[in-house]
Ligand binder design. Structure first.
Ligand SMILES: Nc1ncnc2c1ncn2[C@@H]1O[C@H](COP(=O)(O)OP(=O)(O)OP(=O)(O)O)[C@@H](O)[C@H]1O
Ligand SMILES: [Mg+2]
Length: 371
């Protein structure tokens, strides 16, 4: 399996690949990514056809570690017997958040109000129609909250257009008054067979995922609907592999889709330590068209807390021993050389007899990590 992109997702896929004796090869653009420690890594530009050819030679399947990979050269050079999974059509529909929303809307999936704004007069028109606050998003290349902001007035909205739009359109969304955010990890094979993991409750701060708890404390009917919508979303984009689906739950239990990501997802990292099959193993199984593994939660509850950078500088692991001393906490570090405030440096998962127990353990271990 070739993986385009050498971030933490490729690195965690490699762990799962070793168990199945699947040979994993990574293509990265920087020599110092989380995947640099892996044995078979090719480093080059996305447009370096020689380097891409060497990477593709011998691959059965090529998959992605992030959706911002520049696919042009890869697609041009892809040998006829090598599959790209997820495929180009899926990626093109998902990558641009405006296009992604239009596609979901066309299939009748429930969404909040949104508009792609191409100029200043459309900004004002949308602000009048939706009212403030609004969420402004750069339609492409935004992730982990980079490229998103909540705007409270006309000045902030126009500033977002200049600073996030970058000359292209700006996605403007009505503020969704959610009471809880949910996420569901789906794994889907090329023929459409799919499995879903338990529904998780996610906590975001500054538009960035901070922690995840599972099972989400929601009514059974809400969990069922979330699962149904997530499977439907994976299907309408014809996703192959793992897909992370993010949803908003409203006060009356109604659900709206926020976005999907056609790859293993931060809100599914807990599956490594808490489920029968991790999302990374199921991603590999799905892209290789192998039978999917069970998604059962092995303990009553699990929690995952992201370890975010708190400073700018070289990372260090001096605090590891202290975090590892927390009983029941599984520490995952991504091997990023440089820490930046807010950068995802690792995560901690804990399981427990209750959500509280799992949350306390994971929070305590994450707090102790000073990278
Ligand atoms: N329309 C909205 N109304 C209210 N909150 C929103 C809205 N859109 C986004 N948010 C908040 O911002 C968070 C990040 O938004 P979104 O998922 O679109 O961005 P992202 O940068 O792609 O995030 P990530 O990569 O972390 O999933 C959401 O999880 C939610 O907390
Ligand atoms: Mg998101």
């Amino acid at each position: 399996v070739g993986v385009l992109g050498g971030g933490q997702l490729a690195r965690m896929m490699a762990e799962a690949a070793v168990r199945l004796d699947v040979r994993l090869r990574v293509y990265q653009t920087s020599a110092e990514g989380p995947s640099s420690v892996l044995p078979d890594v090719h480093t080059g530009a996305w447009t370096d056809s020689e380097c891409i050819d060497a990477f593709l030679a011998g691959c059965d399947v090529v998959t992605l570690d992030n959706e911002w990979v520049d696919l042009g050269t890869v697609v041009d050079r892809l040998p006829p017997d090598v599959s790209l999974r997820p495929g180009v059509e899926t990626m093109n529909r998902v990558r641009d958040k405006i296009r992604q929303k239009a596609h979901m809307e066309a299939y009748g999936l429930p969404l909040g109000l949104y508009e792609g704004c191409h100029d200043r007069s459309s900004l004002d028109e949308v602000a009048r129609r939706f009212g403030f606050p609004l969420v402004a998003k750069r339609p492409t290349h935004s992730y982990d909250g980079y490229g998103n902001r909540t705007v409270h007035d006309r000045t902030q909205l126009h500033a977002a257009f200049d600073e996030l739009g970058g000359g292209g359109p700006l996605l403007v969304e009505q503020w969704v008054p959610f009471v809880q955010e949910l996420a569901v990890i789906v794994a889907r094979r090329p023929g459409g067979q799919a499995v879903a993991y338990p529904v998780t409750a996610t906590q975001q701060r500054n538009h960035k995922c901070e922690s995840v708890e599972v099972p989400a404390a929601v009514e059974h009917s809400v969990a069922e609907l979330a699962t149904e919508l997530s499977l439907a979303a994976a299907e309408v984009f014809d996703c192959v592999g793992v897909v992370g689906v993010e949803l908003f739950m409203l006060e009356d239990g109604r659900l709206l889709l926020n976005e999907i990501a056609p790859r293993p997802h931060n809100t599914g990292h807990y599956t490594i330590d808490a489920c029968s099959t991790s999302q990374f193993e199921n991603h590999l199984r799905a892209v290789l068209d192998l039978p999917l593994g069970e998604t059962t939660l092995l303990r009553p509850a699990a929690a995952m807390v992201n370890v975010l950078g708190k400073r700018l500088g070289k990372s260090q692991s001096a605090s590891l021993a202290s975090a590892l001393a927390v009983p029941g906490a599984s520490v995952h570090l991504y091997g990023k050389d440089v820490v930046r405030p807010g950068r995802k440096m690792g995560h901690v998962t804990a399981v427990g007899a209750s959500i509280e127990e799992a949350r306390n353990r994971a929070t305590e271990a994450a707090r102790r990590l000073e990278l």
